[in-house]
Design a protein around this ligand. Structure first.
Ligand SMILES: [Zn+2]
Ligand SMILES: [Zn+2]
Length: 131
């Protein structure tokens, strides 16, 4: 996976910029709404294909939450806390957990693990206070 293999089209640059500025984990719809401001003729399918491409190339990360793809530009290994009430996703960094997961990953036969992240499901502070 050499970076030189990647063609930085206008669309890809706009999508990467959007992800860098977006605070959180936008869905395809969110990214589409965002880049459409500048690239008025872009289609949702194009946004989706570019997101998939960039994730495949390791330039962004795809996080799957309840069957919905979300994307982020934070490539530092990290985990997520996900609120089952409102769906809020937050980054959770734990080197211990990352190291532990990878130490187990090394024991998996016939498979080379490259990364691992954990989703913690629960209730966020905002939702707890509403109860
Ligand atoms: Zn919540
Ligand atoms: Zn994240």
């Amino acid at each position: 996976m050499k970076q030189t293999d990647i063609k930085y089209t206008n669309q890809r640059i706009e999508i990467l910029d959007f992800l860098k500025e977006f605070d959180g984990h936008p869905t395809v719809d969110d990214v589409y709404e965002g880049v459409r401001q500048k690239l008025t003729r872009i289609s949702k399918a194009t946004v989706y294909n570019n997101l998939k491409f960039l994730a495949q190339k390791g330039l962004i990360k795809e996080v799957n939450v309840k069957g919905v793809s979300r994307f982020e530009s934070n490539l530092v290994p990290h985990h997520h806390t996900i609120c089952i009430e409102c769906g809020e996703i937050k980054d959770y960094e734990s080197e211990d957990l990352s190291e532990y997961a990878m130490s187990i990953a090394n024991k998996i036969d016939n498979f080379k693990v490259q990364s691992s992240d954990t989703n913690f499901y629960g209730i966020c502070k905002k939702c707890m206070e509403m109860e």
